[in-house]
Design a protein around this ligand. Structure first.
Ligand SMILES: O=C(O)CCC(=O)C(=O)O
Ligand SMILES: [Fe+2]
Length: 327
């Protein structure tokens, strides 16, 4: 699928914490402490998804199949792909194809150095009984809907375990018991979704290529990508640092909503995707599962204004579409 050549590396690399999923599920106190600090200090960390005996849990093994499924869609003619334009199907941009250059910022020269994506909403694909948007899938994706929905259910389960673990770390705070979990009830509607993306070419031929600097709108993003290119803004040095792919691990980050729900104690870090020095990365695939609060969850932003989660979502997507550098 993807190919990569590297001549030299002079890049600054991040030193993110690694949190063991099996340890936080067991309630290991030291690991919960590491998780909490990872949310507070960087807002980015690796979630080690190897089981206790060292084997990767199955969700990691399913990632290549998901990339293959969406590649089939990306290989269609533009005219066919744009029939499923994410901005045309439903008001919340949760369902369908995001063409090259749709989000402003690092658009490269459009197609060759850009990014395209396909987004699958949880309500519609997994939660079929939740009143959702007008859910439709193109034929090439429809035949894989079972694989996609079980992949999303696996990731959702992981995300809820992480939120419950964070709730345990807040036991001594003023927050109600299970506060985070209660704002992410799986049976209630949310804007939770999976987006798979393809970057045809990341190389220094175009330093303007990749995904523009942004923070994520929701609570937790669970990201899989075997290639370099992701950068996070370091809270200490305020410089961009590469997040290296790590075998058997997902990269997790805190989004705006979880920052606000944590009373601003967690960090929603700026991140972006750019070429890697000396490397030519062809066909970089990534997939991000965005866990977001229930539609009517309420929080207060950095400026002291109150928001319902769905209104923050709508505001943020406007910014993604129109920002010149940062959203
Ligand atoms: O492709 C990546 O590695 C990052 C994607 C991302 O940040 C996003 O979709 O919000
Ligand atoms: Fe992101």
């Amino acid at each position: 699928m993807s190919t990569i050549t590297i001549s030299q590396t002079t890049a600054s690399k991040s030193d993110l914490k690694v949190v063991s999923y099996s340890k936080i599920v067991r309630g290991d106190a030291d690991e919960l402490d590491t998780l909490r600090k990872a949310c507070e200090e960087y807002g980015f960390w690796y979630l080690d998804l190897n089981s206790q005996n060292g084997d990767p849990i199955s969700v990691v093994q399913n990632v290549p199949s998901v990339f293959k499924i969406v590649e089939e869609f990306f290989d269609l003619e533009d005219a066919e792909k744009t029939r499923y334009d994410v901005d045309e199907i439903g008001p919340w941009k949760l369902n369908g194809y995001t063409p090259f250059g749709r989000n402003k910022g690092l658009v490269g020269d459009g197609k060759k150095y850009g990014v395209e994506g396909y987004t699958f909403p949880r309500d519609g694909l997994c939660n079929t009984d939740v009143e959702g948007q007008n859910f439709a899938l193109p034929q090439v994706l429809k035949r894989h809907s079972q694989v996609l929905s079980s992949f999303m259910n696996q990731l959702h389960d992981i995300g809820l375990h992480v939120l419950r673990a964070l709730d345990r770390t807040m036991a001594n705070s003023e927050a109600a018991e299970d506060f985070l979990a209660l704002n992410h009830r799986p049976s209630l509607a949310s804007t939770t979704c999976l987006t798979a993306q393809r970057y045809p070419l990341l190389s220094e031929e175009s330093t303007n290529a990749g995904l523009a600097s942004h923070t994520d709108v929701g609570s937790l993003t669970i990201l899989f990508c075997g290639e370099r290119g992701l950068q996070v803004l370091s809270p200490d040095t305020k410089e961009w640092q590469y997040v290296e792919p790590k075998e058997g691990c997902a990269v997790i980050n805190v989004g705006d909503s979880l920052r606000f729900l944590s009373n601003k104690s967690f960090r929603s870090a700026l991140h972006r995707v750019v070429p890697y020095p000396g490397a030519t990365i062809k066909n970089r695939f990534s997939c991000a599962y965005f866990i977001r609060p229930n539609l009517d969850a309420e929080f207060i932003d950095d400026d002291g204004s109150s928001w319902k989660s769905i209104d923050w979502h709508v505001r943020k997507y406007k910014a993604y579409r129109s920002a010149t550098t940062t959203a």
